[in-house]
Write a protein that binds this ligand. Structure first.
Ligand SMILES: Nc1ncnc2c1ncn2[C@@H]1O[C@H](COP(=O)(O)OP(=O)(O)OP(=O)(O)O)[C@@H](O)[C@H]1O
Length: 343
C-alpha cells in the first residue's frame, strides 16, 4: 500500500515557494494499476516522484508498505528504492552499454557479483519483455518500443513490489503504446506488483488502469474506479479528458439536440449488460420509439461497456427508463445538462 497523508509540495522559485501540489490524501492499494492523469504542469511528475522520494514533500507523510519514506536514512532509502522500479518517457538507458548490460546494471548496483546469477536473471527478464534476440545490441539499434521494453526489464531486475511509470508511452506511436501497455498489464497480472502510471491520455488510463486520479493545477479533482470516472465524469477537466477518448460521444453531446424530438438520454451498459438486447425488448413492451444519435461499444480494461445517446418518444417513456434501469443499464437524461457541463 502506498499512502499519502496530508502531502503537499512547493518548489522554491526566485526566493518564493510556489505550490506544485496542494495538500492531499491518497491510498494506492497493493496489486492495482493506478493512473494519474493531468495536463502539462498539473503536478503528475512531482506526485509520482514523491513515492520514491526523488522529490521530498514540503509536508505530510508518504508510507510505502507501512514505512514512512520521509524518515529513512540515505542508506535505508537506497535499499527501499530497489523495491520500487521506475520507467521513463525517454527510457534513460545507458547508450554505451548493451541491452543485457543495461538490465544487469541494477543487479550490480544492488551488490550482486555472481556473473552466472546475473546472466540467468538477465535472460529471464529479456524473455519476459520479448527481447531475448536483442541482448547484445546497443540502445541506438532499437526502436522506441524496444527501448521501453529494456527499461521495463531493468526496472523489474530487483523484483520490485511497485513499478512507477513516468509518461512511459508518451514518446511512442499508438500501436507501440498499445503493445507496451499490454506488457504492463501482463506484468501486473502475473507478478502481482502495483503499478502507478502518469499520463495525459485518457486512452492509456482506459486500457490498463483499475483506478484513476485526475490532477488539475496541483489538486486531485476526482478519483475512483476507471469505469465510474470514465462513464460518469464529474469535474470539467475529467470530462474534457473523457471526451478526447470518446470522440463520437463528444460529437453526440455537442449535437443540436434542441431540434431533436423526444427526450435525449444517455444509456451506459457495463459488463454483461452490454450484450443483452434490453433496449429492443423494453421498446416493444412499453411502445416507445427511439432514435440513436451517437454510440460506441468498447472496453475499459477487461470490462466491456457501451454508451448510446438516443432520443426517446412515447407516452410511457418513464416506464421504459425504469425497465432499462432494472435491466442493469444506467440511464441519464442529458437534455438537462448545463452548457458548462457539456464542455
Ligand atoms: N524542480 C522544479 N523547480 C521549480 N518548479 C518546478 C520544478 N519541477 C516542477 N516544477 C513546477 O511544478 C509544477 C508541476 O510540475 P510537474 O512536472 O510535476 O507537472 P506535470 O504534470 O508532470 O507536467 P508535464 O506533463 O509537463 O511533465 C509546474 O508548474 C512546474 O513548473
Amino acid at each position: 500500500m502506498i499512502r499519502f497523508q496530508a502531502v503537499h509540495k512547493s518548489y522554491r522559485v526566485d526566493g518564493k515557494d510556489v505550490p506544485a501540489l496542494h495538500a492531499f490524501d491518497l491510498d494506492i492499494v497493493d496489486g492495482e494499476v493506478f493512473g494519474i492523469i493531468g495536463h502539462s504542469g498539473a503536478g503528475k511528475s512531482t506526485l509520482i516522484r514523491l513515492i520514491n522520494l526523488l522529490e521530498r514533500p514540503s509536508g505530510g507523510h508518504i508510507l510505502v508498505d507501512g514505512t514512512d519514506m520521509t524518515m529513512l536514512s540515505d542508506a535505508q532509502l537506497r535499499e527501499k528504492r530497489q523495491r520500487i522500479g521506475m520507467i521513463f518517457q525517454h527510457f534513460n538507458l545507458l547508450a554505451s552499454q548493451t541491452v543485457a548490460e543495461n538490465v544487469a546494471f541494477p543487479l550490480r548496483l544492488a551488490g550482486e557479483r555472481d556473473a552466472e546469477v546475473i546472466r540467468r536473471r538477465v535472460d529471464e527478464l529479456l524473455a519476459r519483455v520479448g527481447l531475448s534476440a536483442h541482448a547484445d545490441k546497443f540502445p541506438s539499434q532499437l526502436s522506441g518500443g524496444q527501448k521501453q521494453r529494456v527499461g521495463i526489464a531493468r526496472a523489474l531486475a530487483n523484483r520490485p513490489s511497485i513499478l512507477l511509470c513516468d509518461e512511459a508511452t508518451s514518446a511512442l506511436d499508438p500501436q507501440t503504446t498499445a503493445a507496451v501497455l499490454d506488457l504492463l498489464a501482463e506484468i501486473n497480472r502475473e507478478l502481482k506488483l502495483t503499478i502507478v502510471l502518469i499520463t495525459h491520455e485518457m486512452d492509456v488510463v482506459r486500457r490498463v488502469c483499475d483506478r484513476v486520479a485526475v490532477l488539475d493545477a496541483g489538486t486531485i479533482v476526482e478519483s475512483g474506479a476507471v469505469a465510474d470516472v470514465f462513464l460518469h465524469p464529474k469535474h470539467p477537466t475529467t470530462r474534457r479528458f473523457v471526451n478526447e477518448a470518446l470522440p463520437e460521444e463528444a460529437a453526440g453531446e455537442q449535437a443540436p439536440f434542441a431540434n431533436v424530438p423526444g427526450r435525449i438520454l444517455r444509456l451506459s451498459f457495463r459488463g454483461e449488460a452490454t450484450w443483452t438486447p434490453a433496449l429492443g425488448r423494453v421498446a416493444r413492451e412499453t411502445d416507445v420509439d427511439f432514435n440513436i444519435l451517437a454510440g460506441r461499444i468498447d472496453r475499459i480494461k477487461n470490462l466491456p461497456y457501451g454508451q448510446l445517446t438516443l432520443a426517446m418518444q412515447g407516452a410511457r417513456v418513464d416506464e421504459a427508463l425504469a425497465s432499462l434501469r432494472q435491466a442493469g443499464i444506467e440511464v441519464e437524461e442529458i437534455t438537462t445538462l448545463s452548457p458548462e457541463n457539456r464542455a
